[in-house]
Write a protein that binds this ligand. Structure first.
Ligand SMILES: [Zn+2]
Ligand SMILES: [Zn+2]
Length: 121
């Protein structure tokens, strides 16, 4: 079995972050099929929390320093995506219910969020 896990060559590393299909279920999941054959299903609530924009990053950092966690009312709703669009060929932009759309998710970032992720270096 060990021979199947040789050092990936440059092409297969690239394939692991090159999507061939992207499916958005606005209420639940984002499904991404990768060129290396792997299929990822990412929950929207996870993606919402992992929003890479500066505002959300700062909010996350502030929250990590604060031991008090208060769920804001209406927060579950904000994990509904209204739209997904491609940014060049390197990333996906998600627009959330409420209009937040500054998060640009690079493919390598999306792949790293996947729980089943085979690590992509
Ligand atoms: Zn996956
Ligand atoms: Zn954000």
């Amino acid at each position: 079995m060990t021979s199947a896990f040789q050092q990936p060559d440059a092409q297969s590393a690239l394939d692991a972050i090159r999507p061939v299909s992207v499916d958005l279920d606005r209420r639940r999941t984002l499904r991404i099929g990768w060129a290396d054959g792997h299929l990822c299903e990412l929950s929207l609530s996870l993606l919402r929390r992992a929003c890479p924009c500066a505002t959300c990053r700062q909010e996350r950092e502030a929250r990590e320093k604060n031991p008090l966690h208060v769920m804001r009312a209406g927060e579950p709703d904000s994990a509904m995506a209204e739209e997904a669009s491609l940014v060049g060929n390197y990333a996906l932009r998600l627009r959330w219910a409420g209009g937040h759309d500054t998060g640009i998710y690079e493919w390598s970032y999306l792949r790293s969020l996947c729980v089943c992720s085979a690590r992509v270096s």
